[in-house]
Design a protein around this ligand. Structure first.
Ligand code: SF4
Length: 404
């Protein structure tokens, strides 16, 4: 493991007056440089309120005022077999491990229909990356189902859900080639891949991504860039607290901003905090502090401007409203039905409670689709089943039609 890098941050690089004048400039439209961002992301507790206030001001400038969104979803863990061994993952299994499972088409449809009945509009397909490449059991299982690869099976299940229900698929299958993106975009109005970090330190022996060939940052950036070339609305994000430095976090945000400036396709950036679990190899690794998370969210908001910034409330319970004070404008996917299979120990808040607490913080909670309102027009421009389904799911502003 890369030692105790989280405890080795250099002291903050800015005095309070410098920081305040930098924030005033940014609020009045000046670009935030890397040096400034690196200083801000390490600000002291005394300075933090100024940073948060600037982030809120930038949210007001770039996002629909007074609105915080969420996507009502079901989680479809198509397979938890994975060829990677990320040291923080509780989701993945080897084929012979307890809990290893690949869903049948009947199971997929059952979950999607149950979600449809309670107003869900997103079918979030989460799955391990290319398990058939190392597990003959998965190859045999796919053959039995009638498919050659996990991606072929995913494609068929996305088609099934799109055709048979009102849910819109949002697939997170890991690294994708240009060809696979072209295929999956026919049934997915948006797709996702967490960049996590641009730091390659995590790939070193004992690091969080030591045995995870699909977590090489350059490869993940290729997938995100290819999505841009194909104009696919794309969800990505950072996973903070894995051993990366504050500079790494800023660099990760900057590379995403650059890709968005080039292609205009990054619909949201998730800032997810590492949570320790007793069964993972990283169980003794320290979680990022609440201050770390708020600073990262706030700097993300300042750097990313119009891009939607999301942080999952279940990973910040019980005081998740604090994330609103750092500039988020989205709570991500919330399921009234299925657990968070990635963080099973952290249940999503009930939607009524989320609505009340969002309202108490001064915002209206609006349900969105897996594709954000500003991308709905582009997605519906190509005639076909996907366009028809998105059109009938969206209201006149691009939010979910049964918005609540
Ligand atoms: S985080 Fe994703 S890629 Fe890594 S082991 Fe878990 S399922 Fe596989």
């Amino acid at each position: 493991m890369p030692g105790t890098r989280l405890q080795m941050y250099p002291s903050r690089a800015m005095s309070l007056p410098t920081m305040r004048s930098c924030l005033e400039e940014v609020q009045s439209g000046a670009p935030l440089t890397r040096t400034m961002a690196v200083g801000l992301i390490q600000c002291s507790d005394q300075e933090l309120p100024y940073l948060l206030s600037a982030a809120r001001a930038v949210r007001e400038r770039f996002c629909p005022p007074g609105i915080v969104t969420y996507s009502r979803k079901v989680f479809i863990p198509l397979t938890n077999l994975c060829r990677d061994y990320c040291r923080y993952c509780t989701f993945r299994r080897d084929p012979n491990e307890a809990g290893a499972h690949t869903m049948t088409p009947e199971e997929v449809l059952r979950v999607a229909r149950a979600g449809e009945r309670v107003g869900c509009r997103e079918a979030l397909f989460s799955l391990g990356d290319k398990p058939e490449m190392i597990f003959p059991e998965m190859r045999a299982h796919l053959r039995q189902l009638g498919y050659k690869s996990t991606l072929e099976y995913l494609e068929a299940m996305c088609e099934l859900v799109l055709r048979e229900t009102k849910l819109l698929p949002h697939a997170n299958p890991g690294l994708l080639s240009a060809g696979w993106m072209r295929r999956l975009r026919r049934t997915n109005p948006s797709m996702g891949l967490m960049l996590e970090t641009t730091s390659t330190v995590l790939l070193r022996p004992g690091g969080a991504h030591d045995r995870a060939p699909d977590k090489v940052p350059a490869l993940r950036l290729q997938t995100i860039e290819e999505a841009g070339k194909q104009r696919i609305p794309f969800t990505t994000g950072l996973l903070i607290g894995l051993g990366e430095t504050p500079e790494d976090r800023v660099d990760t945000l900057l590379v995403l901003r650059e890709l968005h400036r080039r292609y205009g396709h990054i619909q949201e950036v998730i800032i997810q905090n590492f949570r320790s679990k007793p069964t993972i190899p990283m169980r003794h690794w320290p979680e990022p502090t609440r201050g770390d998370l708020l600073r990262t969210v706030a700097v993300a908001r300042l750097l990313l401007e119009k891009i939607n910034v999301q942080a999952p409330p279940n990973l910040s319970a019980p005081d998740y409203e604090e994330l609103l004070s750092a500039g988020i404008n989205d709570w991500g996917g919330i399921s009234p039905l299925t657990p968070d299979y990635i963080n099973p120990e952290a249940p999503w808040p009930h939607l009524e409670e989320l609505q009340q607490r969002t309202k108490a913080a001064g915002f209206e909670l609006k349900q969105r689709l897996p594709v954000y309102p500003e991308y709905v027009e582009a997605v519906t421009a190509t005639p076909g089943l996907l366009a028809d389904k998105v059109r009938s799911a969206a209201d006149s502003q691009g939010y979910a039609r049964n918005s609540q």
